[in-house]
Design a protein around this ligand. Structure first.
Ligand code: ISL
Ligand code: CA
Length: 632
């Protein structure tokens, strides 16, 4: 059945029935500090869009057209029947993300490298890791630490050689672990030969690989802004032309509408699969399709999101088509796994992307749980765990068995979750274990980020000179135009990605055992208190706890495919649920706050404590206490 276009006459319930409409409504409500369930409120559902338009006269008039356009470009609907989830290795696996620059340096140049990673494979195996995701290791000028690729088929010399890569892949496979590469397909470095060639002349066969456009007079072709500050356009005076970059000035957006570009990409992907890699993490993959006209972004959406233009490309017109093509022509023949990084994709867009009957991606990372509503990464605030609980109860398993969720707290783009929840760090190690319990026992695939298994927290940076990240440095330059330097620094430090990019803390020696040379970014002394060597020896450490967690997860499919039943879902400071598969069941009980709450037993036939982040079992749950019971 052809779907009718939505218009100003459509009712809100019809708007929200559209997958993009649902996610946009939830996002807008959340950004405005309102509860997301309003999107499903039956009274509001009867309102027509034009009534809303009359109500919100102050909104820029183009806003409703912008939203309708966006919604009408999504013709697909979701299958709302519940099915048994299909079994797959990547649903059962524990993934571990490595940021190669900061993991382990083998040759003393201060930069982590492939041989360094190779020397730590037994550590990963003992942790219970099944698959490693490597942040980019390709040749790159490293304007954005490798997310600006110059040559997709060459290893960055600082990281090692192709032989080192083969040795690493072999070493992982020998130990029964898989390797996932990080693939950046939305943009390349401006030093990629495609771009340098394209820039030569208008008639270059590579010209159409990127977005070259004439300006509007001296002004850029549209009002889109870059995530790393300023307009999303570089001007090339020699040819009086602009080119698009959503990220840094050296990360040029690729034009996926060009068939020759797509074929180049698929060929390159197959080349890595021929080498034996097991899959890919796809950087900002939901941004790859842009409307050819590159229309201006709506001002209201721009001010709400802090970036202009995003509604045109976060779920672009040909996204599904391109993902299917990538899968059919490259991934499927090799059975390769894919996880897409999809900022802005909410529950329903997420389902469109991962529903296993649709043939797009296996998993996605959505980021809606990383900040509490109304906050952005650069705000200083304490994250309320009861939000995480509500988020999980609403979101996990909404795929009805058609898709699957990822479970993660840290990555290379975010401050540490522990520091968001408990900024002073009073409960650091207990809380680290609690997060581990949620991550390993809820339904979804866990992705650990290096250091998380030690209880890594934010770093103490004392000046802007301590930071390295292009995003932070650009933001700081921008902020000091309008505020005192101290305030600008505080804001940058609240959200800088460098919190997660300092050296992995292997031991308490100089530079945390990461390098014998001068590290590219400093440690802050925390390695004296928190390092892998000391934690391996301490039975009660976070690391040993994570080893046990991965082991219990591996030992029972109830943690993977089991039904999840939430008990007393409205309780604010505790989270309790059962994972059940056939005869086997586990009861998980967590105190989400620092004050004590009562322990509540569960299970008629008795229960056995399998794991807890306290040494003894009492009738009260202490600060951030988490217990896993086997019940019958
Ligand atoms: O879109 C954002 C809103 O602030 C960002 O979160 C952005 O989506 C995210 O940083 C995208 O991340 C990925 O692509 C970037 C790279 O710098 C990141 O490290 C990578 O994870 C550009 O390649
Ligand atoms: Ca090195």
């Amino acid at each position: 059945m052809m779907k009718q276009d939505l218009t100003l006459n459509s009712k809100l319930r019809e708007i929200v029935a559209n997958p993009v409409g649902h996610d946009v409504a939830v996002k807008l409500l959340t950004q405005m500090g309102l509860p997301s369930r309003l999107a499903r409120n039956p009274l509001l559902g009867g309102l027509r869009l034009k009534q809303l338009k009359a109500l919100f006269k102050q909104l820029d008039p183009g806003f409703f057209d912008a939203v309708l356009n966006l919604l009408n470009s999504e013709k697909d609907t979701l299958d709302d029947s519940r099915v048994e989830p299909k079994r797959a290795w990547w649903k059962e696996a524990v993934f571990y993300q490595i940021y190669p620059r900061s993991f382990m340096d083998s040759n003393g140049d201060g930069v982590g490298d492939l041989r360094g990673i190779l020397s730590k494979l037994d550590y990963l195996k003992a942790l219970g890791v099944d698959a490693v995701w490597l942040s980019p290791i390709y040749d790159s000028p490293c304007d954005d630490n490798g997310y600006d690729i110059r040559d997709y088929q060459k290893i960055l010399p600082e990281f090692g050689s192709m032989d080192d890569f083969d040795a690493l892949l072999g070493g992982l496979h020998e130990r029964g672990m898989k390797l996932i590469m990080d693939l950046v397909l939305n943009h390349t470095s401006d030093e990629h030969p495609w771009f340098t060639e394209a820039l030569q002349s208008e008639s270059s066969p590579k010209r159409d690989f990127y977005f070259f456009r004439k300006g509007r007079g001296k002004k850029p072709p549209n009002n889109w802004t870059s995530f790393f500050g300023g307009p999303a356009w570089n001007f090339y005076p020699g040819q009086d032309v602009f080119a698009l970059h959503l990220f840094s000035k050296k990360q040029m957006d690729l034009n996926w509408d060009c068939p020759a570009l797509r074929e180049e990409i698929y060929g390159m992907v197959r080349w890595w699969l021929e080498k034996g890699v097991d899959g890919f993490r796809l950087d900002v993959i939901n941004y790859i399709s842009k409307p050819a006209a590159l229309p201006d972004g709506n001002a209201f959406i721009g001010s709400l999101m802090g970036f202009s233009g995003i509604e045109h490309y976060f779920a672009g017109p040909r996204l599904h088509e391109y993902l299917r093509e990538l899968r059919t022509k490259a991934f499927a023949p090799y059975g390769a796994f894919s996880v897409g990084e999809t900022p802005g994709a909410g529950e329903k867009i997420g389902r469109l992307l991962t529903d296993d009957t649709r043939g797009e991606l296996d998993l996605i990372f959505s980021f809606d749980h990383l900040e509490t509503p109304g906050h952005t990464r650069f705000d200083e605030y304490a994250y309320d765990l009861s939000y995480l609980k509500r988020f999980y109860i609403e979101r996990l398993n909404t795929s009805l068995g058609h898709g699957w969720d990822t479970l993660f707290y840290d990555n290379h783009d975010n401050p540490r979750m522990l520091s968001k929840i408990d900024p002073p760090g009073a409960h650091r190690f207990t809380l680290a274990k609690l997060l581990g319990v949620l991550q390993m026992t809820l339904c979804g695939t866990p992705f650990l980020y290096q250091g998380q298994e030690l209880g890594a927290v934010n770093k103490v940076f004392s000046s802007i000179g301590d930071l390295r990240d292009v995003e932070s440095l650009n933001l700081y330059e921008d902020l000091i135009k309008t505020m005192p330097a101290d305030d600008a620094l505080r804001r940058v430090l609240a959200g800088t990605r460098d919190h997660a990019r300092t050296p992995m803390q292997w031991n308490d020696s100089k530079n945390a055992g990461f390098t014998t040379g001068t590290p590219w970014i400093d440690t802050d002394g925390d390695e004296k208190l928190c390092n892998a060597e000391q934690q391996l020896e301490d039975e009660y450490s976070v690391l040993r706890f994570y080893q046990r967690l991965t082991a219990i997860r591996r030992a029972s499919k109830a943690f993977i495919y089991g039904q999840t039943e939430y008990i007393d879902p409205k309780a604010n400071h505790s989270m309790r649920y059962i994972r059940r598969l056939g005869e086997e069941a586990y009861y998980i009980e967590c105190n989400l706050g620092a004050s004590e709450t009562k322990h509540k037993a569960h299970g008629r036939g008795g229960s056995t404590l399998v794991l807890s982040n306290y040494e003894d079992e009492t009738e009260t749950l202490r600060a951030y206490e988490a217990r896993v019971y086997r019940v019958s």
